[in-house]
Design a protein. Sequence first.
Length: 300
Amino acid sequence: MKVAITGGTGFIGRHLVQELLDRGHEVVVISRGLYTRGKGIPSHENLSHVRANVTDASQLTRAFAGCIAMVHCAGTSEDPSQTFQQVHVEGARSTVNAARQAGVQKFVLVSYLHARPNVRSAYHTTKWEGEEIVRQSGLNYTILKAGLVYGAGDHLLNNLGNLLRKLPVFATVGLREKTVRLIAVEDLVAVILAALTGDRLARRTVAVVGPEEFPFSVAARRIANVMGKSSLIVLPFPVFVQRLLAWASGFMPKPLISASQVQMLADGISIPLPDSEPLPEDLAPKTRFTEEQIRKGLPS
């Protein structure tokens, strides 16, 4: 099967590409920069790269030529070159139009667990608008509303690990933390493959969450322990203080935390919304957030 992947050089995209290649599929990786972040994937006879913007339907139509299925993994941290509106909304509209034109038979959208309208976070609302475009497309779609995903090359282990190396202190989002259910990237990839290769998830919006539920500070403690920093100090911070920190961080080259991240942790990342169905039991993520998993994902 020939599969196109937007955002194929990103964290989830890279893992998905490698799994598809290992299973003998042909893969077209689509990204803004020509494979600039895909160094973890070796060259392969079944792998091709296309430089295209997800807002350009004509470029995407050419890239999708001959593809039976496509996975829309493209996402962004908002910056002057690309906004949430452009990637999540205009990008969804362009990929849907291109998929129709190219005759793509299966369309998988990777979205966020708590994407919804009428919330102060542009990330959440634009992800929701993108979902609505896909739901109304007439295509054979699957929307995967995933929680917080971790693994080699992620933001969670990389960023938190780097912070804890410099200072073994963790500030909570909220005096009473909400919980998270972390998903191993290999479990999410398995769900994407099930959506691509079978019909059980056809025309459905499903929630993808991990097998354990705990406050995010527990995840920080587990990471710190693996790093040999068992004396981690956890400081309870009110949500409004974290929102102020996110606002101030917006003026930094590398923000400490974004407004959308604060909203995610203030919501909690564990309980699916009513708009999504649970996964079939055999597809539900089973990998726990263990020392072994953390070691696999932490940068050396």
